[in-house]
Write a protein that binds this ligand. Structure first.
Ligand SMILES: Nc1ncnc2c1ncn2[C@@H]1O[C@H](COP(=O)(O)OP(=O)(O)OP(=O)(O)O)[C@@H](O)[C@H]1O
Ligand SMILES: [Mg+2]
Length: 251
């Protein structure tokens, strides 16, 4: 298998690292039928890719065999952000359009137990590719080979891709940037996932301002990026999560 080195771009503080572990624990307790998980959000820049990768690494560190798939076919930055590669790397879009085989796009990483498939070149028809029988078959087959498959997707509040992906995954996690997304918008996206018959595992409240309120404190070298907080319970987001969203999360 091909190998690639993923460069560590960020040193997360203790609290953030602990929050990733908590996220991992929640996923581990979501049941053995939850193996393929799509990560999405309402808008760009809410932390989907960061969380997908850190969650994947964290699961691998716990001894799990993990595949991360970069399915943000429209504007992925993973290759440029996390590798030193100067060439474009073939990935999911080439595989789904039958321009590459699985062996051409599957990479072993420098994290033991973690494999990755990058997005590949931007295709003209991402929804068509992700909604294809080929993608469905691929997820079904790959599911048997890994303990977890983490799929980083485009923002569902902007494009439909994540909904199409979620239809063939076991569960979805919604990333919500604190103070940026209205309660109504988050609910709309949650409902969209539900319409795809995907189990919503939970939500991650990201980018919590560290200087707001005693609950978050002032630790953290990342300034305005906070710890990964969680509302809702993994495995039972459903109705309960609505009640779990605090008044301050509503706009
Ligand atoms: N909790 C965090 N701690 C530190 N940095 C963070 C955190 N969450 C996000 N970031 C930073 O915010 C930026 C956007 O994050 P990321 O690329 O993961 O978001 P995204 O939702 O995948 O964006 P896009 O929709 O464009 O794909 C990155 O520079 C990332 O390093
Ligand atoms: Mg991203």
């Amino acid at each position: 298998m091909k190998k690639i080195e993923l460069v560590e771009r960020e040193k997360f503080n203790y609290h953030t690292r602990e929050a990733f572990k908590a996220l991992r624990t929640n996923l581990l307790f979501s049941g053995s039928d939850v193996k393929t998980v799509v990560i999405t959000s309402c808008l760009n820049n809410e932390g989907k890719s960061t969380i997908s990768l850190e969650l994947s690494k964290s699961l691998a560190a716990a001894g799990k065999k993990v595949l991360m798939i970069d399915a943000d076919l429209r504007k992925s930055v993973l290759v440029t952000r996390y590798t030193e590669s100067t060439k474009s790397i073939r990935g999911l879009s080439e595989y789904l359009s039958s321009q590459a085989n699985i062996d051409d796009v599957l990479y072993e990483t420098n994290t033991d137990g973690l494999h990755i498939i990058f997005a590949g070149a931007v295709p003209p028809n991402p929804v068509e590719l992700l909604g294809s029988k080929k993608f469905e078959d691929f997820i079904r087959q790959i599911r048997e080979l890994y303990d977890y498959v983490i799929v980083d997707a485009s923002p569902l509040g902007l494009v439909i891709d994540a909904s199409v992906i979620s239809a063939v995954c076991d569960g979805a996690v919604l990333i919500v940037a604190a103070n940026e997304i209205s309660y109504k918008f988050a609910l709309e996206v949650k409902e969209q996932l539900e319409r795809a018959n995907c189990k919503i595992l939970g939500a991650v409240l990201n980018r919590v301002p560290m200087n707001q309120g005693a609950a978050y404190g002032k630790y953290g070298k990342y300034g305005k990026y906070g710890k990964y907080a969680k509302y809702g319970t993994y495995g039972s987001y459903g109705q309960e999560a609505e009640a779990d969203v605090s008044e301050s999360d509503k706009k």
